[in-house]
Design a binder for this molecule. Structure first.
Ligand code: CP
Length: 312
């Protein structure tokens, strides 16, 4: 592949290849071997049109640890504020000969469109409610390391599924790897036609969590709720917030995940989030750096293998 735009086009062996390489980067990071040269001589530009802590920081660290020249565009201070379009901005940066563009944008499909206008590798760091491929890959690596496998697991994804690119990318990835997926949440936050994906749908946490291996919690994504149903936080926590009583319905060794940012006391109880025997939330962050190193390393191998197209 020339880009990493989503999980949709990836075949299971390609997912495994990324995770295997990421595993190697986890080991290097843990051994404090923080400089490699897989991206030496390459320029990486990060363009985040939406707020981020984890994704932005880990893409920046990943690039720096692999020897790239990394530039973070401060989009709030860019000429986007003067009316320049996304595509004109991307083509302007493209003229400076970057090799890797990491893009987050609030509109679904925006990163795909941008990738058609530039002649470098584009990595989707989250586009609207569409896809967040590196999040699904880091979640998969976390699950594989915790459970020893990435197939035939019972996995519950809970909360605001309708507005979540994390849920969508995870559904695609975990489905490709032949896991059994349950979606739990209010019917108003469940996408219509979701059962066609071969998932089970529940609106009761205790029923849905019965005997699952993995519990993945999601934030209420209010920024994407355009005037529709917005639940009160109290009511939401009572019915869908993960607390010890609800978690007791999962397997005793079930792991608890959250992509972050987390709203304690809304979708998850703070004590569960901090329980090192159940929660792998910090491991997810650690895996994020390694997965992004692996994804950029593999794209760079592709870039180096073919002559760069001359710009039209
Ligand atoms: N999980 C995730 O994408 O977090 P950020 O929005 O902080 O990057």
């Amino acid at each position: 592949h020339s880009h990493l735009l989503g999980i949709e086009p990836l075949a299971p062996p390609e997912i495994t290849t990324i995770l295997d390489l990421a595993d190697q980067y986890v080991d290097l990071n843990r051994r404090d071997v923080k400089h490699a040269d897989a991206l030496a001589g390459l320029t990486q530009i990060n363009m985040f049109f939406e707020n981020s802590t984890r994704t932005q920081a880990s893409f920046e660290l990943a690039g720096k640890r692999l020897g790239a020249d990394v530039m973070n565009m401060a989009m709030q201070a860019s000429s986007i504020k003067k009316g320049e379009t996304l595509i004109d901005t991307a083509m302007t940066l493209n003229a400076m000969h970057p090799d890797l563009l990491v893009v987050r944008h609030p509109q679904s499909g925006a990163v795909d469109l941008l990738s058609q206008k530039v002649n470098c590798a584009v990595l989707n760091a989250g586009d609207g409610r569409h896809e967040h491929p590196t999040q699904a890959l880091l979640d998969a690596l976390t699950i594989r390391r915790a459970k020893g496998r990435l197939h035939r697991l019972n996995i519950a994804i809970c909360g605001d599924i309708a507005h979540s690119r994390v849920a969508r990318s995870n559904l695609l990835l975990l489905g490709k790897m032949e896991n059994r997926i349950r979606l739990i949440g209010p019917p108003t936050l469940m996408p219509s036609g979701i059962r066609d994906f071969g998932v089970e749908v529940f609106d009761d946490m205790k029923q849905g969590l019965q005997d699952v291996d993995v519990v993945m919690m999601l934030r209420l994504q209010r920024e994407r709720m355009d005037g529709g149903f917005i639940p009160s936080e109290r009511e939401y926590y009572f019915r869908y917030g993960l607390d010890a009583e609800k978690l007791a319905y999962a397997k005793p060794d079930a792991i608890v995940m959250h992509p972050g940012p987390m709203n304690r006391g809304v979708e998850i109880d703070g004590e569960i989030a901090d329980d090192i025997n159940r929660s792998v939330i910090q491991e997810q962050v650690e895996m994020g750096v390694a997965v992004r190193m692996a994804a950029m390393d593999l794209l760079a191998r592709n870039l180096r293998a073919r002559p760069k197209a001359v710009m039209a």
